[in-house]
Design a protein around this ligand. Structure first.
Ligand code: MG
Length: 330
């Protein structure tokens, strides 16, 4: 196998076969994929959740992860946010000419490891090669099954609910930006599959009204959208927002607001106030949920509004992220 990807690896001929066997087949091997048929035939029934996402993050490898870990986490987390149990994943790779094969191997290995961690099987895939500067893009589609009794949706948020976030915000955004700017620090991406947190909530019998993973646009954008979808008012307590000292300092230095920074391993769960302690206990007992805290409440006097009670007692009206934010963060 050559050291770098070239156009011939997209030919569909011998070089493509060599790429598939040298890089993909050994990492992704499973009974379904090994059949190498035109499509995967899998088993499933009932309420099916489907999601798709394309990953273009730059740099491809960053502190705490890479595009391979990210594409699995992003896709399974979107399935989980509807109460689904993630089961199958497909992946489409668009490789740019000149990409180092060793980097591709590292990315594919991370995908395989993360899929194992998240309990999903990679059942189909595709590779194309285009001209470019040696980077890659990955599209993933995920399929999961929603237990019949679960009904998790933005419209279910209601007066009397509380807002819980599963841990520190801003880490992924800060790690990507640090990496891009060549800033040396100890900030790592939080990219993680959130299945254990979600299962812990349902196992504890929490009546989860809605969940969202806090990705692009950050906490403020996600919660503003939920307030609008449900016609409620959400009020956050600035003092309760979990941000590590490192990320807080990084934000201070660059004038960033953690409320608008993307994460790849955090969720918000909105649950009835009387179930707050049970939900917190369940989330904190799960992997990646150790830092869960309640950060706000839901009322209904001003439908669609999101407010922040600031550290000094002021009231700040929050809108969705305006402008571009940080491009190519996921
Ligand atoms: Mg999402």
């Amino acid at each position: 196998m050559e050291e770098r990807i070239s156009m011939v690896h997209g030919s569909g001929g011998a070089a493509t076969s060599e790429l598939i066997s040298a890089v993909f087949a050994k990492e992704f091997a499973n009974d379904t994929l090994n059949q190498m048929e035109d499509s995967a035939v899998v088993v499933g029934s009932g309420k099916i959740a489907v999601t798709t996402d394309s990953f273009v993050v730059t740099p491809m490898c960053y502190p705490g992860g890479n595009i391979g870990r990210l594409c699995i986490c992003g896709t399974v987390n979107d399935l989980l946010m509807r109460g689904a149990k993630p089961k199958y994943i497909t992946c489409g790779f668009i490789l740019q000419e000149g990409m180092e094969v060793s980097v591709l191997q590292e990315i594919v290995h991370a995908m395989a490891e993360t899929a194992k961690e998240a309990g999903v099987t990679i059942v189909a895939g595709d590779t194309k090669v285009v001209t470019g500067a040696g980077e890659c893009y990955i599209n993933t589609t995920g399929v999961g099954f929603v237990p019949e009794e679960r009904d998790v949706s933005a419209v279910k948020v209601q007066e009397g609910d509380v807002v819980i976030v599963s841990g520190n915000v801003g880490d992924h955004h800060a790690a990507i930006l640090s990496s891009r700017m060549g800033i040396t620090n100890h900030i790592e991406s939080d990219n993680a599959p959130l299945g254990e947190i979600v299962e812990a909530l349902f196992t504890a019998g929490v009546e989860v009204h809605t969940m969202r993973d806090v990705t692009r646009g950050g906490l403020a954008t996600v919660l503003k959208e939920l307030a609008q979808a449900s016609g409620t008012t959400i009020t956050l307590e600035e003092k309760a927002l979990p941000v590590t000292p490192q990320v807080r300092d990084f934000c201070g230095l660059l004038g960033l607001d953690p409320l608008y920074m993307g994460n790849e391993g955090k969720l918000v769960a909105i649950v009835p106030a009387e179930q707050k302690e049970r939900a917190l206990e369940a989330m904190r007992s799960a992997k990646y949920g150790e830092g869960a805290v309640a950060i706000g409440t839901v009322t209904k006097e001003e439908p669609g509004k999101l407010y922040l009670v600031t550290g000094i007692g002021g009231l700040r009206n929050l809108e969705v992220l305006q402008g571009e934010g940080l491009p190519r963060i996921c």
